[in-house]
Design a protein around this ligand. Structure first.
Ligand SMILES: Nc1ncnc2c1ncn2[C@@H]1O[C@H](COP(=O)(O)OP(=O)(O)OP(=O)(O)O)[C@@H](O)[C@H]1O
Ligand SMILES: [Mg+2]
Length: 177
């Protein structure tokens, strides 16, 4: 990593701790009181080492982790599956994120979640949709105006933002300009 011209080695947990510090501050501004105890979610495929590193990152940000739960279990909580009576079921949780696509089967037994199996694609997410749309639009622009734009960082950043907005609009509309 390059900080003010000097090269510095930084561990992933340090990067995570900076993000958590920022989130802690933002949340504190909303609730207007200090936050110390948290419940953290991690992807279902995280191993013990990755979970440990995540807890370390939280501690570096001055947070105390009450519990670490998997993201698909958090989704099941969000839909109230821990409260529903007669909800002894298997849930399929389809989580298309920015970077990865995770498909997880969670078994619900008397309000307790158990991750049965995980699958998906670690190289498929919203960012890939953005890039595909970018390539498509950049190609049209270059052909139409007979000008290369792919080397121009400023233009490409602006185009990327437009493409992401376009993608979001197409989630609720069949057509957009
Ligand atoms: N309305 C929408 N229509 C289409 N895509 C959307 C919409 N809202 C958000 N997205 C896309 O969802 C992605 C972010 O998803 P999410 O917040 O679940 O990712 P994440 O949890 O940070 O990533 P990951 O799980 O891969 O680590 C981005 O690519 C964003 O453009
Ligand atoms: Mg995610």
């Amino acid at each position: 990593m390059n900080i003010n011209g000097a090269s510095k080695q930084i561990k992933p947990e340090e990067v995570s701790s900076h993000i958590l510090t920022k989130l802690k501050k933002s949340a504190e501004e909303v609730v207007r009181q200090p936050i110390r105890n948290i419940v953290l979610t991690v992807p279902a495929y995280f191993d013990e080492y990755q979970k440990g590193a995540t807890i370390q990152a939280a501690e570096m940000a001055g947070l105390n982790v009450l519990e670490l739960i998997s993201e698909p279990s958090a989704a099941a909580y969000a839909y109230g599956y821990d409260q529903k009576q007669d909800s002894n079921d298997n849930l399929l949780i389809f989580d298309l994120g920015g970077g990865t696509l995770d498909v997880v089967i969670v078994e619900v037994k008397n309000g307790i979640f158990n991750v049965l199996t995980i699958g998906g694609d670690t190289q498929l997410g919203g960012r890939d949709f953005d890039n595909a749309l970018m390539d498509y639009v950049a190609d049209i622009i270059e052909k139409k105006y007979k000008k290369k734009i792919s080397g121009n960082v400023r233009i490409m950043q602006k185009l990327m933002k437009e493409c992401i907005d376009l993608k979001h609009m197409l989630s609720s509309a069949n057509e957009t300009r």
